[in-house]
Design a protein around this ligand. Structure first.
Ligand SMILES: [Mg+2]
Ligand SMILES: [Zn+2]
Length: 218
């Protein structure tokens, strides 16, 4: 059976959400209230990210990376990722974060970021303000990075799609397109899809690997 594993980055591979850590450190403004608008369905994540990252008046890459360098990944992810490589399973990171910090965090944990497919947003600094770089066009859901369209493109080439995530931007692609949904225990994705029969709540990647080992041996 051929599997495609689509995996969120922040709060899923990492133990904390890099974007939230950055916003907490770099602005005193109320960026969390914008998340509430997304939860209520009033705005999409594209409008939300533009609003939230726009709240940072002034920063530097040194400042950004000093915060990024405190982010830890789930230690069980390393073995899981090596298992994926050994079994030649298709794996892609789908993230509403920025490619530059995703690569930096992976490298810091000795994972060769050039060998992982990463579909995310990116950013650069213009006059010490964060300027967002979206890699997908605007979509009907007003996603920043349309994870739904990425999974849709991938889906036809595999027997089963496994989605691993934790947050708001994972709800739509997981609900609409996944065969198996692994959601971080008690986080937004798990809470939203509580009654979905495909939902498996997880605390670490050992649990996911065990499940998938059985699945591919079937
Ligand atoms: Mg996340
Ligand atoms: Zn979308």
């Amino acid at each position: 059976m051929s599997l495609a594993i689509c995996c969120d980055f922040d709060g899923t591979i990492t133990l904390t959400d890099t974007g939230k850590e950055l916003l907490d450190s770099l602005t005193d403004k109320d960026w969390r209230s914008i998340d509430q608008l997304v939860i209520k369905g009033e705005i999409g994540t594209r409008a939300a990210l533009i609003e939230q990252w726009g709240m940072i008046e002034h920063t530097t890459m040194e400042e950004i990376f000093s915060i990024v360098d405190t982010i830890e990944i789930d230690p069980t992810f390393i073995d899981f990722y090596n298992w994926i490589l050994k079994n030649n399973i298709y794996f892609v990171i789908l993230s509403d974060g920025f490619k530059n910090y995703i690569k930096r965090i992976l490298e810091k944990h000795s994972i060769k970021s050039s060998e992982i497919e990463i579909k995310s947003n990116d950013m650069r600094l213009i006059n010490n303000k964060i300027s967002l770089r979206f890699q997908t066009n605007s979509c009907e859901h007003d996603c920043a990075n349309c994870k739904h369209s990425h999974v849709l493109n991938i889906k036809d080439n595999f027997d089963k799609v496994v989605y691993i995530g934790d947050g708001l931007s994972d709800i739509l692609p997981a609900r609409e397109l996944a065969d198996y949904i692994f959601a971080r225990k008690n986080e937004d994705l798990a809470l939203k899809l509580k009654s979905d029969s495909r939902l498996i709540e997880f605390s670490n990647f050992v649990e996911i690997q065990k499940f998938l080992e059985e699945l591919i041996s079937m």
